[in-house]
Design a protein around this ligand. Structure first.
Ligand SMILES: Cc1cc2nc3c(=O)[nH]c(=O)nc-3n(C[C@H](O)[C@H](O)[C@H](O)COP(=O)(O)O)c2cc1C
Length: 281
């Protein structure tokens, strides 16, 4: 029997995210066990930026619930991620988890390649901000196969189920999870499938998921991104993930060779300003 892990990004019990994970699971035809993980219930500290996880390959120095979350993801055959929109993006728990991702290399390829579907839920139509991009980023970082991800709307707990079309979205995502690899949309990034771009002036644009640049052209009235062939790509495929690790190791080596110089430089700033400490006004 397959293990499907539902990752819920909202603290609201029986809220829209939890309901949608369960609704998608109900509609998956492949026999499976649904395991549920409410991400904000887990204690995840902020990355300290020490890079020790990269050098020692021993995971993160912070002792919290990260390893348990990673264990659950690696043990799963497939993932359903549901997050609410909080102030125009996915909630902080998702980003705090991703900020620890340099240490994911210690888990290695066991984390990679899971089929996944994502659902972002916003209370007001059109007010989802970067939530879809945040979901895509989550899947790109853990190298999951993003089979389909959608935004739907509903504010009150359970309200998403009052709209018939959301049942259809659940049906589509359920079918996509163990289905065929999705075809890339014409208007998405040809490298990574990202659907969010920043305009750089003129007809130039940058994909906000893989960071590559391109031109936007019109094809029978449809804006089509035409991405540069040799552009920098971030988090696209598994080879790229390993290359990125080498880049980070290179930065670490640069630190070793410049340590003395940098220490002398930053030392000159050490005694400036008064630090406000928690609990000491
Ligand atoms: C702190 C906070 C910020 C929110 N910000 C947004 C927002 O920027 N845009 C939006 O459309 N909805 C926003 N919402 C509404 C939630 O996205 C919406 O109620 C969603 O259904 C919550 O999912 P849940 O029931 O699983 O918690 C916000 C809700 C909260 C509590």
């Amino acid at each position: 029997m397959k293990k499907v892990l539902g990752i819920v990004g909202s603290r609201r019990k029986l809220g829209n995210c939890e309901i949608m994970v369960k609704e998608i699971s109900r509609r998956i035809s492949t026999p499976h066990e649904l395991r549920l993980l409410r991400l904000p219930d887990f204690s995840l500290g902020y990355c300290t930026g020490c890079y020790r996880c990269l050098v020692k390959d021993s995971g993160c120095v912070l002792k919290d619930d990260l390893a348990q979350v990673l264990d659950e993801i690696t043990a799963a055959d497939a993932l359903i991620l549901a997050v609410p929109t909080y102030v125009l993006s996915a909630p902080a728990c998702l980003k705090t988890f991703l900020d620890r991702s340099i240490s994911f290399y210690a888990v290695g390829e066991r984390l990679w390649g899971k089929p996944a579907v994502g659902i972002g839920i916003a209370g007001l139509e059109g007010m989802e901000g970067s939530t879809l991009l945040d979901i895509e980023k989550f899947f790109a970082v853990i190298k999951a196969e993003n089979m389909s991800s959608r935004i739907i709307y509903g504010a009150l707990p359970g309200e998403v189920m009052l709209a018939l079309e959301n049942g259809r979205v659940a049906e589509e995502l359920a079918a996509a999870l163990f289905g065929q690899a999705p075809a890339t949309e014409e208007w998405s990034c040809s490298y990574c499938g990202g659907k969010t771009f920043r305009f750089l002036g003129g007809n130039r644009l940058r994909c906000m998921l893989c960071s590559c640049t391109g031109n936007v052209t019109l094809n029978e009235g449809v804006a089509v991104p035409d991405m540069d062939k040799e552009a920098h790509q971030f988090m696209v495929g598994e080879d790229e993930a390993l290359r990125h690790r080498d880049t980070l190791l290179g930065i670490r080596e640069r630190f070793e060779s410049r340590k003395g110089l940098l220490k002398a430089l930053v030392g000159g700033y050490a005694d400036e300003g008064v630090w406000i400490l928690p609990g000491h006004p």
